[in-house]
Ligand binder design. Sequence first.
Ligand SMILES: Nc1ncnc2c1ncn2[C@@H]1O[C@H](COP(=O)(O)OP(=O)(O)OP(=O)(O)O)[C@@H](O)[C@H]1O
Ligand SMILES: [Mg+2]
Length: 229
Amino acid sequence: MAQIKGVDVSVGYEKRIVADNINFEINEGDYLYIVGENGSGKSTLMKCILGLEKVMGGSIVYGDNLKQKEIGYLPQQTFIQRDFPATVYEIVLSGCLNGLGWRPFFGKKEKNMAMEAMRKLEITDLAKRSYPELSGGQQQRVLLARALCATGKALLLDEPVAGLDPYAQEQLYALIYKINKEEKITIIMVSHDLEAAKKYATHILHIGKEKCVFCTKHEFIKENGGCLF
Ligand SMILES: Nc1ncnc2c1ncn2[C@@H]1O[C@H](COP(=O)(O)OP(=O)(O)OP(=O)(O)O)[C@@H](O)[C@H]1O
Ligand SMILES: [Mg+2]
């Protein structure tokens, strides 16, 4: 059974369908790129996978022992989030909130998880720094460490490299790829960067106006020369 499977999914708001006929299948350790024009419904589909929005049709099924609340999420950035007044460590640790259950305080387990996530994202030396003072690239690594605290299985990343310089982009891609390869954490990433998709993805999902296409990266390159459908 796939980790996450979408069958004839349609997404939208109130009575307006934004995208439909979306089919995909994600297995443990896959790296899926979701591509498509602005406003095509990529972020909305992410929210449906997370259960923050409801699908308007079809279904999203979870298998392979994955529960919806075990999915880590890095939302598309807004300016407000960039000013969040907390230290790096506090923000990363807040990613463990879901695992607390009825306990009111973070324990040793959560603190170790936060330290481990900061190590993986190479931000240990920033632990005590105030989040708003960091560069965009550093902030994204902090949010990624936070998302990592929420999961050992799957990460949903909505345009994680947007606004970063090419060097910071490459650095973040490399860290995400390492997490994917070394820990077998499934990655679902929304991106406009087709070159990176060709380099890192195992699968591509194109949310198009006319149709939505899901295929392996090799099919994408072989049948379409790596261009959008
Ligand atoms: N909360 C909402 N209520 C109503 N409509 C919404 C809401 N959020 C998004 N939309 C609309 O749904 C459509 C899809 O939005 P979505 O954010 O999913 O697009 P996207 O593919 O992520 O775009 P981008 O590449 O710009 O991030 C857009 O027309 C948008 O205006
Ligand atoms: Mg979006």
